[in-house]
Design a protein around this ligand. Sequence first.
Ligand code: AMP
Ligand code: MG
Length: 414
Amino acid sequence: MIETCDSPGLLPIQSAITTMLKQVTAVLDSEQIELENAFGRVLAVDVVSNINVPPHDNSAMDGYAMRCEDLIDNNQLQLVGTALAGAPFKHKVLPGQCIRIMTGAVIPQGADSVVMQENTETKDGFVMFKQIPEFGNSVRKAGEDIQQGKVVVTKGTKLTPAYLALMASVGMAEISVIRNIKVGLIATGDELMPLGQPLAYGAIYESNRYALTALLKTFPVVVFDFGIVKDNKDDLKAVFEQAGSHCDLVLSCGGVSVGDADYVKEILDELGSINFWKVAIKPGKPFAFGQLRGQSNGQLSNACFCGLPGNPVSSYVTFEQLVSPILQKLSGQTYLPTPHFVAKAACLIDKRPGRADYQRGIFYRDEQGELLVKPNGKQGSGIMSSIAHANCYMVLEQDAEDVQQGEAVNIQPF
Ligand code: AMP
Ligand code: MG
């Protein structure tokens, strides 16, 4: 039995995440795309290499390649040719011989080691070696990075720049990835004004969508921006219905705190199902999670719905801590909690037990090289500069009390 706002107490953040993840089904549809467009996408199948990387033993240095044992009682070998990257030496290197070799050039038959040119001298068609190499010196072995037939990158991996290079190195021109997740974004509130107009009395500029859109760009998504919707049941219902029909995930911000929540609740009850939670997280206690049933191409679709609190810091933090796991699961990734690091409190950090607190902080090293962290100014849920000028969250556990100067603090760098 999970705790909701109807139950006494608050829902611990980890229970909220576990409950949501159980209700979210990963998107399985995949598409074939060119590797050059695959940055940030999620691999739909394991990628297996058809080749060894590197394909051949090759030189790690500019120098001379020879048979190592030829230099045991002798430091001079006859120079018989050159191997360049892309222009191999096509003959066998015979006993007593060596060749000039450049980085990346194939080690020719007969040779097994390379001595870098700084440790040699050439004279009259001979090379003098000032260093006796070990067997295999400065040789990069075929398949030392990737072996033919092995899985290079596993299904469910979000593709980083390094993964792209890895797949290019095995010749994958096209790959199969999960289709982009369709996310609908809605800001609600009568006071919200679009940019580009003078502010009316009592109004504020709508700002959450700018942060949320940018945060969403770090996931494999397409964003459908439904703009600002007034606190009015008919307008909201129409937009929720449309978003539910088109999207895998619908995010709204605003209108989920007590009092306001009624419209969102009424509408979601009509269009799907909804839980209003008081999550034990600060900032961001009110949070709604549910399903929106929409009509898509004549078929009933089921979109996840997350109602974020409207306060700018709350919407930002709840996106990062609560929505991000959902997006990972929807897009076929394995949910990986963000790693924490430990720093020392540079001063007293105020904390009341009851909710996990994601205070915005600045971490730095002092003159002794010790990692310290301090709160970044005022921590109110409307104070967006607390995030903008910070470089980490100070994650203070639900039951924790004030942190004294010098005590350990978990931090999550941005
Ligand atoms: P609500 O969650 O609708 O009660 O809103 C809480 C606070 O956040 C109020 O001060 C709103 O004006 C503000 N707010 C709500 N939505 C936004 C938004 N999209 N951009 C900036 N501030 C907002
Ligand atoms: Mg509101």
